[in-house]
Design a protein around this ligand. Structure first.
Ligand code: GLN
Length: 193
């Protein structure tokens, strides 16, 4: 069985563990560089990206994660997407720079910052992962105002990309691990070597 690491420093890593197992892979919690050995891919969960960044720096995990991302797929949800982006605004902060997108943090505003929406994934997503609408849970989500020419939108909400693939990596601004729909995690498993 494929082994997927779940970065477990902060945030909702437990829900990803269950989602990965439901999609048919083994989930392994990652807290140090050594834990990355022998993994086929990694998920960086949602949470608070500034706190997670601080913990990554303290644990000296930034460089090992960048190197891991040169050879294996990483899927980032919400705060994880912010950490993977190569440009972060509102406010700006350091990131892994593994995926060619710009992200604007907390972009839906403070008052109505969490919502559950029904989205229609792009035909390419539906062809690869299964057809039908999808529930998208947004929690103080970022917006992706820019993505590079090699990146592809797999789903949009209100005209903005919310699920984007760039080569081996993928990001979601929503939380597929909180919905009862295995397709996003299943698509990520398809990307593993
Ligand atoms: N607003 C958070 C941040 O900027 C992300 C929220 C989330 O992961 N649900 O890090």
């Amino acid at each position: 069985m494929k082994k997927v690491g779940i970065l477990a420093l902060q945030g909702d890593f437990d829900a990803h563990t269950k989602a990965v197992e439901r999609a048919g892979a083994t989930a392994v919690e990652v807290r140090s560089a050594h834990d990355l050995d022998a993994l086929d891919g990694l998920i960086i969960p949602g949470g608070e990206s500034t706190t997670m960044l601080k913990l990554l720096q303290e644990e000296k995990l930034m460089e090992p994660l960048r190197q891991f991302g040169q050879r294996r797929p990483i899927f980032g949800t919400c705060a994880g997407a912010i950490l993977l982006a190569n440009e972060v605004s509102s406010p700006s902060q350091e990131s892994l720079g593994l995926i060619d997108i710009g992200v604007e943090r907390n972009a839906y505003g403070r008052q109505v910052d969490s919502r559950i929406a029904s989205i229609v994934p792009e035909p390419d997503f539906q062809a690869r992962a299964g057809s039908g609408d999808m529930e998208a849970v947004f929690i103080r989500a970022p917006i992706i105002p820019r993505f590079g020419s090699a990146a592809r939108e797999l789903a949009r909400y209100q005209g903005d990309p919310v699920l984007v693939e760039d080569g081996r990596h993928m990001v979601a601004t929503f939380h597929p691990e909180l919905s009862n729909d295995p397709r996003v995690h299943e698509l990520f498993l398809q990307k593993l070597p």
